[in-house]
Write a protein that binds this ligand. Structure first.
Ligand code: 6PG
Length: 246
């Protein structure tokens, strides 16, 4: 039996998407009385959600000392660069709210994406406490993802070898398929799948064509990325495909 089919949730606009996403994140956090691991995503879609987490109403409901923040992929640029995914998340909420030791960026000062991938894999394995993923004990509570215009997720581009990697948790990706054209470091599909909830955020009219293809079941990374437990797509009205039922 494969992973459960994703649930499609239609929201009005980007602001509603941020609220719904933040509420779901908080619900999952509340379900876990122990250590919590969240895997963030880059791109522009999650920024509003991140900013919402820093507002008093949300901030007060997050047990910050127990929550650890990872990133699903990173552009191979120095920390602090405008393209750096974890820097965006830091500015949006992490630096103001999370203990520094609970922020787990992918290092980009190692000299090569491959070395960075190996360093991050070691960090994840140490955090998890094993080098084999047990489906009954997911690595992450929540994995956030966006969908690229070509159907990529994290930095796993369609037709590129990184999509097929099953025996590693993190890989170096020397060439990006869409902008920004910088090398990347990305978690692999098995590492991303090891979560209680995988939450996609897809917003804006420019996402409608790729979402139509994804929902038609095309073999794209966005269709191969599924939680072993629960996957939810938050889709705003502008991105909602005409072919999808309301
Ligand atoms: C990255 C991302 C990437 C992103 C999608 C969607 O580093 O670029 O992690 O996978 O999530 O391309 O991006 P938008 O949210 O900007 O549409």
């Amino acid at each position: 039996m494969g992973p459960p089919s994703p649930e499609l949730v239609r929201v009005a606009d980007k602001a509603a998407m941020a609220r719904t996403g933040a509420d779901l994140l908080l619900a999952r956090i509340a379900e876990n009385a122990g250590r919590i691991a969240i895997c963030l995503t880059g791109g522009s879609s999650p920024k509003q959600l991140y900013e919402l987490l820093a507002t008093q109403a949300y901030r007060d409901r997050i047990p910050w000392p127990r929550v650890h923040w990872f990133i699903g992929d990173e552009r191979f640029v120095p920390a602090g660069d405008a393209l750096h995914n974890m820097t965006m998340a830091r500015h949006a909420f992490l630096d103001a709210c999370a203990p520094a030791a609970n922020i787990h960026p992918i290092p980009t000062d190692t000299g090569s994406p491959e070395r960075s991938a190996n360093a991050y894999a070691r960090e994840l394995i140490t955090f998890y406490g094993a080098d084999q993923l047990d489906p009954a004990r997911p690595l992450f509570d929540v994995v956030l993802l966006g969908i690229g215009p070509d159907g990529h997720v994290a930095s796993l581009f369609p037709g590129y070898p990184a999509v097929e990697v099953r025996d590693r948790w993190v890989v170096g990706v020397d060439q990006a398929h869409v902008a920004p054209f910088v090398p990347r470091v990305s978690l692999t599909l098995p590492a991303l799948a090891s979560c209680r909830t995988m939450l996609f955020e897809v917003a804006g009219a420019d996402k409608q064509p790729i979402l139509t293809r994804v929902l038609a079941g095309e073999d794209l990374p966005a269709n191969r990325a599924r939680s072993t437990h629960e996957t939810t797509f938050l889709i705003d009205a502008a991105a909602w495909p005409e072919t999808a039922a309301d």
